[in-house]
Design a protein around this ligand. Structure first.
Ligand code: SF4
Length: 328
């Protein structure tokens, strides 16, 4: 994301979303103890659908594996990266690495980043910071993670531990694939017509995250003519990624499903109508996962060839193999 709307110079369209990842999570033996923390969901389930860009900041900044373990010390807002036994301060070395690496990561057109939790380099939140007191404050951010999030504030980011939660996982991957489609839009070239099409494709996605951003972004696309194209794109992406950070609730998904229902209600036979009503209601009561009403809706969208619904990213937001909506 070298410009504020996520564009890099003449970026070609990527086949798969490119996701940065703390390399120990992919099984690389880069940890301080010479081991790894391979995450099987990342490597075996998500791996076939994305292109990983592995990064180990500690090895990247020139330290060996194995090495002396480190921790954050001092001010939680601006901590130092210091080895536990020898007290060697590696902060400056890490900051130099971050400056170099972030230039390359920006050029890589990432669609997301998965950090290793609790690491003084990679932890995204709640990393221990040791001060004068006996108990460490759990309010730190790893030095590399902080630098990356400051440089690419709109990039979807998560930690591997948080991705165990089905809703967080679904939300993260939804944002990753939205970012991937956004990059496809930029690769084709900016135009108001293309932005309007992108917005039309994502109406139901946005609706699932709240009505307010949908209206605001619709106005940005259709009514604001005095903004330059790059500024319009920048504002759109900023609002889009901010809106999608809000996890879509069962209540909001149910609202979207009723909205979809209203589009082909009159085409349904009485039995089909009853079936869809019951399935949506079962989802509302959390007796079935979201994948159940979505599968039925997709069947009717195919059957009735509804163009407005057929284009909606909401009905196919990420690869089915990931089974993300089987658990939300
Ligand atoms: S947590 Fe980050 S710095 Fe530590 S081994 Fe993994 S990738 Fe390297």
């Amino acid at each position: 994301m070298s410009s504020a709307d996520g564009a890099t110079t003449a970026a070609p369209r990527q086949e798969k979303p490119r996701i940065g990842v703390s390399s120990c999570l992919l099984g690389e033996k880069v940890r301080y103890d010479g081991g790894h923390r391979a995450d099987r969901w990342l490597t075996d389930v998500l791996g076939p659908h994305v292109e990983f860009v592995p990064v180990c900041p500690e090895v990247g900044c020139g330290l060996p594996a194995p090495r002396e373990a480190m921790r954050l010390t001092g001010d939680p807002v601006d901590p130092r990266l210091v080895t536990i036994w020898m007290g060697i301060d590696h902060t400056a070395r890490m900051e130099r690495f971050c400056r170099r690496a972030l230039v390359e990561l920006q050029r890589a057109n990432l669609c997301g980043f998965v950090f290793k939790a609790n690491s003084p380099s990679c932890g995204m939140e709640r990393v221990k910071v040791y001060g004068q007191g006996s108990a460490p404050a759990r309010s730190g951010v790893g030095i590399f993670a902080r630098a990356l999030m400051q440089r690419l504030p709109l990039l979807p980011v998560e930690e591997e531990g948080r991705l165990q939660d089905a809703r967080i996982r679904e939300n993260f991957l939804e944002r990753v694939f939205v970012m991937h489609r956004w990059r496809g839009l930029l690769a084709r070239g900016r135009s108001r017509r293309r932005l309007a099409e992108f917005h039309a494709d994502h109406k139901l996605v946005l609706m699932a995250h709240g009505a307010a951003p949908l209206g605001e972004m619709g106005r940005l696309v259709t009514q604001v003519k005095d903004l330059s194209l790059p500024e319009t794109f920048r504002r759109y992406l900023e609002r889009l990624m901010r809106a999608l950070r809000q996890t879509a609730t069962v209540k909001r998904h149910t609202h979207v499903l009723w909205h979809v229902f209203s589009h082909f209600e009159r085409d349904l036979t009485p039995d089909e109508r009853q079936e869809l009503i019951e399935v949506i209601d079962s989802y509302r009561r959390e007796r079935v996962p979201l994948s159940v009403p979505i599968t039925l809706v997709n069947h009717f969208v195919q059957k009735f060839r509804c163009p407005y619904l057929a284009r909606q990213a909401y009905l196919n937001p990420h690869p089915l193999d990931l089974k993300l909506r089987n658990h939300v």
